[in-house]
Design a binder for this molecule. Structure first.
Ligand SMILES: Nc1nc2c(ncn2[C@@H]2O[C@H](COP(=O)(O)OP(=O)(O)OP(=O)(O)O)[C@@H](O)[C@H]2O)c(=O)[nH]1
Ligand SMILES: [Mg+2]
Length: 333
């Protein structure tokens, strides 16, 4: 299995070219197979020779290939449960299917899997942040949360940069009043990005920081409020209550869960925990530039059916890309 995320940045740039190529190739292939099919039909239709041309896939024909895929998905950090679910569905779809004897079963199995993963991502749908902001009332409020160190603050800075470049005005709410240096860290970003920031006092009430930033946005007609929050886990009971309060007070248009690609299957536990405590609307996956396999994307997509809107691919402000399911599936398999 290819490593989905390695060389992420390089692949992003070559992606458009390969898309163009495949666009040009496909119609020819489809045409060819259609011609072949109609020729076969003319030469006897569904006659007695069908048995020589077609066969029905049996479990034994695909068991080894399914085992191979199981290893690959698990090695890519897709969770065990999701791997089982995906492969059970794949088996159901393939067993009993009538295929040409000449058909390459290995290729068919992979293509069928790719198709069903793509269908899952289409079912979830994509989320266009800029479009969503455009059609919503102002200010548009986004709250970011996740466990310690996943990249919340960096992602906020990247999104502030992107929004500014797209012509939106932004204010950042530094509602992490828990970690000593959090306020300063965000102030440095705000200064570099030249966006206003509402700061809180160390140990102060983070919900009131969010409230003040929203009030400022209303007063100054600022388009978007980005709320940074302290990293927290389920063991931090006080911090969880505090996050609930921030959400209650800020009533964000969008609640973004930030997950670190490097955490692999732990990300699933984190997502479950945040879903049960405050709920979330969308996901950002960070640190995809590290040499990770990226199965976490498949796992959380199957478990939560929430869109992954961005993927962090580096520390700089411009290292945030839209998640492209098609590209991801093609690189995972
Ligand atoms: N390589 C890489 N590093 C990242 C990415 N996103 C964040 N980081 C780094 O991850 C580290 C932690 O990032 P922060 O943004 O401070 O994380 P946080 O979630 O706000 O952390 P806490 O506030 O302590 O919970 C920093 O060194 C960031 O530069 C990314 O997409 N790629
Ligand atoms: Mg932070």
């Amino acid at each position: 299995m290819k490593r989905a995320f390695s060389n992420f940045v390089d692949k992003i740039s070559s992606r458009e070219e390969s898309k163009e190529e495949s666009k040009e190739e496909k119609p020819a292939q489809v045409e060819l197979s259609q011609q072949k099919e109609s020729r076969q039909e003319q030469g006897g239709g569904k006659g007695i020779f069908d048995v020589f041309r077609y066969k029905t896939i049996k479990e034994d024909d695909i068991n080894d290939l399914i085992d191979e895929l199981r290893m690959e998905l698990l090695e890519s950090d897709v969770s065990y449960e999701v791997t089982q679910r995906i492969l059970d569905e794949l088996k159901k779809e393939l067993i009993g299917k009538k295929v040409r004897r000449s058909e390459d079963i290995k290729e068919l199995v992979r293509d069928t899997l790719k198709k069903s993963l793509n269908e899952q991502f289409s079912k979830i749908g994509t989320f266009d942040l800029l479009e969503n902001i455009k059609k919503s009332q102002r200010p548009y409020v986004i709250a970011f949360f996740g466990i310690n160190g996943v990249g919340k603050t960096t992602t906020i800075a990247k999104i502030a940069y992107m929004l500014k470049n797209s012509g939106f005005s932004v204010v950042i709410a530094a509602a992490d009043t828990f970690r000593a240096a959090a306020q300063e860290q965000l102030s440095i970003h705000a200064q570099k990005l030249e966006v206003p920031i509402v700061r809180g006092k160390y140990g102060g009430d983070p919900a009131s920081v969010a409230y003040d930033a929203i009030s400022l946005a209303k007063k100054k007609m600022i388009d978007v409020v980005l709320i940074d929050t302290a990293g927290r886990m389920h063991t931090d009971a006080n911090l969880v209550d505090e996050l609930r309060k921030i959400i209650r007070v800020a009533k964000p248009n969008l609640k973004i869960l930030v997950l670190d690609a490097l955490t692999g299957n732990d990300a699933l536990e984190q997502a479950r925990y945040f879903e049960s405590s405050v709920g979330f609307d969308a996901i950002v996956i960070t640190k995809a530039d590290a040499d990770v396999k990226g199965g976490v994307i498949l796992t959380v997509s199957y478990e939560f059916s929430k869109p992954i809107i961005f993927v962090g691919v580096g520390q700089e402000y411009d290292k945030l890309v839209k998640f492209d399911p098609n590209w991801y599936v093609n690189n995972l398999l």
